[in-house]
Design a protein around this ligand. Structure first.
Ligand code: 3NM
Length: 218
């Protein structure tokens, strides 16, 4: 089983997107550019208006997975354990409103990492009990990328969990820009999870580089 230490490194710059999140480049090209520029993991999250359905959705997932394999970057699937298993993904991520983390863990066994969204210390403790390998904590700041996002919590929950020696790696998500990275890291996170600051950037490679220069070290 892969160690928390490895996962901590994998989570440094966690790029998340689905086809509706692309900006100036086509969706798969945006993912390829981000991979080439050095993101450390990728989550395919096909949600919101104009998201793909049916065969188009599955084809996109295969193509995104292949790109991640080409660049040796772990590939995560959001909220679809069956497809994650079919694709032999490296991980699956579920939110609080998605299928219960405990059931997902039962389905996947130890074949892949399990990430869970948490917005409070209580949800973080439950994620730990349910078998999560890491948690995504947010929203850090207001976000345009999630319709039903909760109120922003900054780094308060990450700081509290870190003080309490919470054992799982944490990433901050929601409105995160490169300027936020130092504070998020000093609060105790392993890294940051980002949609629009990379996917909607005019120059996604430059955005990735900007994040990389500020990443959590150590
Ligand atoms: N989850 P952006 S916020 C997917 O709070 C997601 O759990 C959140 O997108 C949470 O980087 C969010 O564009 C959207 O703000 C993040």
């Amino acid at each position: 089983m892969i160690s928390n230490r490895d996962l901590h490194d994998v989570l440094s710059l966690y790029f998340v997107m689905g086809s509706p999140d692309a900006g100036s480049h086509a969706p798969l090209e945006t993912i390829r550019i981000a991979l080439q520029a050095g993101i450390t993991c990728f989550q395919w999250r096909e949600k919101g208006e104009q998201s793909l359905t049916g065969n188009e959705r599955v084809d996109f997932a295969y193509a995104a997975r292949q790109l991640c394999r080409d660049y040796h970057v772990p590939f995560f699937v959001d909220d679809d354990p069956a497809l994650a298993l079919l694709l032999k993904a490296d991980g699956i991520h579920v939110g609080q409103k998605d299928e219960q983390a405990r059931r997902v863990r039962q389905k996947i066994g130890n074949t892949m990492w399990l990430g869970v969204s948490a917005h409070s210390t209580e949800e973080a403790e439950k994620a730990l009990r349910d078998g999560a390998d890491y948690i995504g904590v947010g929203p850090y700041k207001p976000t345009q990328s999630k319709n039903d996002a909760e109120a922003p919590i900054g780094d308060s929950v990450i700081r509290k969990l870190s003080d309490e020696k919470y054992p799982l790696p944490m990433v901050a998500i929601g409105g995160v820009t490169p300027d936020d990275v130092p504070d998020i890291c000093s609060a105790g996170a392993s890294g940051v999870a980002v949609i629009s600051a990379i996917s909607k950037a005019k120059d996604p490679a430059a955005a990735v580089n900007c994040f990389l220069t500020k990443l959590c070290k150590g």
